[in-house]
Design a protein around this ligand. Structure first.
Ligand code: 8IG
Length: 263
């Protein structure tokens, strides 16, 4: 079975369990984003990811192992409370299976959110930043075979402009994905600065590539939860990440609630 056929199986099961034939928009919640999801409203159906073929249980604290279906502003929204990270070692296909499932479920647009480290000191923890472009330092691709996928304008300039209309204070940045799960050294952050990166994290780029391969329009939003290593002189820890998410929850919830109806 191809990955796309596996995703179609998962999408068929999802349609059966949610009672919703097709969805329009997928939203993947990253570290620190889960508390914001409450603002979107009560899901009409919730499915455990483990009830769908090809999905695995969440490995990170602060992630929910559920997929919710809800309507917001006339859009049928598929809400992924968790993702599989590359550092879990389950392979790239497992990382992008939810993205391919969303595409098979009918979604033409995907919103990828994450928690990340920021390189600009003006981005205090709790600052949302639009992803303008990425640098994929995993040296992996979710695409296999001679399929040369165009990544120009991967993070849709149309959707970024719409977001800045909704929230003019939003900055943009280049997201750099490291394999993780360790954070960077200060020297690696200096490298990121020199190659043009603004944000560092352990997700999103492989998913964005798979989304583009599947023909979806991609919006990426990072929540800066910490200054990148070596900038503040303080050590990094995951509790800080979750706390920044909780503190920013109502603002992020408000942002998503205003953006989704316009997708
Ligand atoms: I949240 O500073 C979060 N995720 N690689 N570096 C990397 N991933 C992260 C960071 C960070 N903060």
């Amino acid at each position: 079975m191809t990955p796309q056929e596996q995703a179609q199986e998962a999408a068929d099961t999802l349609a059966r369990l949610t009672g919703v034939e097709r969805h329009d928009v997928a939203l993947v919640l990253g570290s620190g984003w889960l508390p914001a999801a409450a603002a979107l409203g009560e899901p009409s159906a919730q499915v455990a990811t483990t009830d769908l073929p090809g999905f695995s249980a969440p490995a990170v604290q602060g992630h929910a192992g559920t997929i919710g279906s809800l309507e917001l502003g006339g859009r049928r929204l598929l809400l992924f409370g968790t993702r599989t990270h590359y550092y879990e070692g389950k392979g790239v296909a497992a990382v992008v299976h939810p993205v391919r499932t969303a595409a098979a479920a009918g979604c033409r647009t995907i919103v990828l959110t994450n928690g990340c480290g920021g390189l600009r000191e003006t981005w205090s923890p709790g600052t949302p930043v639009l992803i303008r472009d990425h640098i994929n330092l995993t040296s992996r691709s979710p695409v296999e075979g001679a399929h040369f996928v165009d990544l120009t304008d991967l993070y849709s300039s149309r959707l970024r402009a719409m977001c800045r209309e909704v929230e003019p204070s939003l900055d943009e940045g280049v997201y750099v994905q490291f394999p993780g799960p360790h954070y960077e050294t200060p020297a690696e952050i200096e490298m990121v600065r020199r190659i043009g990166g603004d944000l560092v994290g352990m997700s999103t780029t492989l998913e964005a590539i798979a989304a583009r391969e599947a023909g979806m329009e991609v919006l990426g939003i990072s929540l800066v939860t910490n200054l990148a290593a070596g900038i503040s002189g303080e050590p990094l820890d995951h509790a800080e990440v979750l706390e920044a998410g909780r503190a920013a929850a109502s603002r992020m919830g408000d942002l998503l609630t205003r953006i989704v109806p316009r997708l």
